[in-house]
Design a protein around this ligand. Structure first.
Ligand SMILES: Nc1nc2c(ncn2[C@@H]2O[C@H](COP(=O)(O)OP(=O)(O)OP(=O)(O)O)[C@@H](O)[C@H]2O)c(=O)[nH]1
Length: 321
């Protein structure tokens, strides 16, 4: 047997690979990603479907490197945007070494979960691990019932009748209470191939900065408008340039971004009376962006109407979906 000699000194038995967390909106995917990675990389919000883009977080440990691909919530295609999201999910899932399907402990298993499990049954070779999230929200009896119900879902949808063996494992976790986060990591890590790290240590995400900046602006724009706008806002960062002529110790980054809504009336909601809401969005987003990029930022935000953009392929392409 030959010994694997790695010039970088990777320990024997080191594993690395890609994992995708899936689950219906609000299942706790982003929060778990953050708990695993240890820093805020994916955007979380109390409203569903903030994660439009594939944001990767990278977990570095002594014996494993796990690259997390945080996919958008799988849902039934209703609009073209929904269809594209599903294509994106299918594309992403085909390339991963394991899938973690998040199911909240505090909600009964519904048609949404069943739909996702069915989609996963097409993945044949990729192990699917059920992650029962938000365990801090339920009693131990309720948790036990949910673990059994989740196992039953796996046996039914991913079981022998469909050419599978059910969920490869069922793991409970509370990302908020920091309970059993390491167990999730261990179970996922076991499914990764042996091999050297895929990314240099220190890297947490390979998502381009502009996309993360756009996500922060979108998150700020959705704050407080509850159910009025969630599917109708897209943000495109046009330019990020250091301000010329600034003293070295006082840099300033100029960011120009467009916030797209579908209708004129929605523009009014975003802008607010006398522009008050837009100013609030700007300052909240600026704070987050400055913290993320560790530099002072000047944010120039324009609100534009992209009519029916959810249904127009050209617009979607332009907006980067
Ligand atoms: N109590 C508790 N709340 C949690 C936990 N994990 C997530 N949440 C909350 O559940 C909500 C949804 O969590 P997210 O992580 O944004 O869910 P998601 O699956 O990424 O949602 P989408 O982006 O809509 O697909 C947020 O309000 C979280 O704070 C947990 O372990 N315990």
């Amino acid at each position: 047997m030959s010994t694997l000699v790695d010039p970088q000194g990777t320990p024997e038995g080191y594993r690395s690979g890609f994992v995708s967390l899936v689950g219906r909106p609000n299942a706790g995917k982003s929060t778990l990603t953050n708990a695993l990675v240890g820093e805020k990389v994916a955007i979380t919000s109390s409203k569903p479907q903030t994660t439009r883009h594939t944001i990767r977080g990278i977990v570095h440990r002594e014996d494993v490197q796990l690259v997390l691909v945080d996919t958008p919530g799988l849902h039934r295609p209703r609009t073209l945007l929904g269809q594209r999201l599903n294509d994106l999910v299918a594309e992403t899932l085909g390339e991963v070494d394991a899938v973690g399907m998040c199911i909240p402990a505090d909600e009964s298993i519904g048609p949404g979960d069943r739909f996702i499990a069915q989609q996963l049954s097409y993945l044949r070779r990729t192990p699917v691990i059920a992650v029962v999230t938000k365990t801090d929200k339920v009693s131990s009896e309720r948790l036990m019932e949910q673990l059994l119900a989740v196992t039953a879902l796996g046996d039914e949808v991913l079981g022998p009748e469909n050419g599978g063996e059910g969920f490869a494992a069922v793991v409970p976790v509370s990302a908020v209470a920091g309970r059993q986060v390491d167990d999730v990591l261990q179970v996922l890590a076991q499914r990764l191939p042996v091999g050297p790290p895929l990314y240099p240590e220190g890297e947490l995400t390979d998502e381009p900065e502009a996309v993360m900046v756009a996500e922060l602006i979108r998150e700020a724009a959705l704050e407080g408008v509850r159910d009025e706008l969630p599917h109708s806002v897209a943000v495109v960062v046009e330019e990020m340039v250091p301000r010329q002529g600034r003293p070295q110790e006082r840099p300033l980054l100029d960011i120009y971004a467009n916030l797209f809504v579908e209708r004129e009336s929605q523009k009014g909601i975003i802008i607010g009376r006398g522009g008050s809401r837009l100013r609030q969005i700007g300052s909240q987003a600026r704070e987050g962006i400055s913290a993320m990029l560790a530099t002072p930022v000047h944010l120039d935000l324009r609100v534009k109407v992209a009519k029916e953009w959810q249904r127009d392929p050209k617009q979607l392409g332009r907006l980067g979906f």
